[in-house]
Design a protein around this ligand. Structure first.
Ligand SMILES: [Zn+2]
Length: 252
């Protein structure tokens, strides 16, 4: 469907259900229409749908090539129960397009569960997802990491978009589900302080296995290097690494 066509008009012989379009989708559609109408595009470039399809075609071609390589190498793992014991870490990272943990840390397929949100922050929404992961592990009957060394890593970065939102306290307070007056404690504008705050938040969660190693990293978008701000250490105890084999066996 052409992005510039108003919702609710006749589309392909049918009437689009404008009444069912969510408010968020309407905002996105409005923004896109405004963006397009503000640009003086040549007739050829106005064919934005075609441009998008070309890019999508490229992505699908890359997928086909990757799938062929994986099938040839036998590296696909089609069973969640078999994949879970091979996971070595949960990484909480920012949604920013420059800081994909798989790319920045060279994560191989199946090596880590990556959860990304704005800022790579520990929020109630993020914790809800951790809880769901735990339940998925229980239902699948598999222990993440196979009972061995397992990491939970908070990966934030310099020049993060969230550092540009101090002027939106209501939005941030809702994000963290705290009063606006407590936002200072979240160190929104300082990734090194924020990563320490979030590691401390994880340490305070009794449901996380005490033997998991928690760490806080900051990726510098200017140098491409990752700095260890909070070194890896067990979540609740000071067990030496050799004792980590005595993992308490809890699922993810
Ligand atoms: Zn960011």
């Amino acid at each position: 469907m052409c992005a510039s066509r108003p919702a609710g008009k006749n589309v392909g012989g049918r009437v689009a259900p404008a009444a069912n379009v969510s408010r968020g989708a309407k905002r996105v559609a409005f923004g896109l229409r405004t963006h397009l109408s503000n640009r003086r595009l040549s007739p050829r470039l106005k064919d934005v749908g075609r441009m998008s399809m070309n890019h999508l075609d490229d992505l699908l071609k890359r997928n086909q090539q990757l799938a062929a390589q994986q099938n040839a190498a036998g590296t696909l793992v089609a069973s969640l129960s078999r994949a879970l014991p091979a996971v070595k870490a949960i990484i909480v990272g920012c949604a920013d397009m420059r800081v994909d943990p798989a790319y920045v840390l060279g994560i191989k397929p199946g090596e880590a569960v990556v959860i990304r949100n704005i800022g790579g922050r520990i929020t109630p929404g993020l914790l809800e997802q951790l809880g769901m992961l735990g339940r998925i592990g229980e239902v699948a009957g598999a222990i993440a990491g196979g009972g061995g060394e397992f990491h939970i890593i908070v990966l934030q970065h310099t020049d993060c978009g969230i550092t540009r939102l101090p002027g939106d306290p209501a939005m941030l307070a809702h994000y963290f589900q705290i009063p606006e007056g407590q936002l200072k404690a979240k160190a929104i504008t300082d990734p090194r302080a924020a990563v320490a705050v979030d590691v401390a938040s994880l340490r305070a969660i009794p449901a996380l296995p005490g033997a998991w190693l928690v760490s806080g990293l900051v990726y510098d978008v200017a140098t491409g290097l990752v700095e260890v701000v909070v070194p890896a250490a067990p979540i609740r105890t000071a067990k030496p690494l050799e004792q980590l084999a005595e993992h308490d066996g809890r699922t993810l």
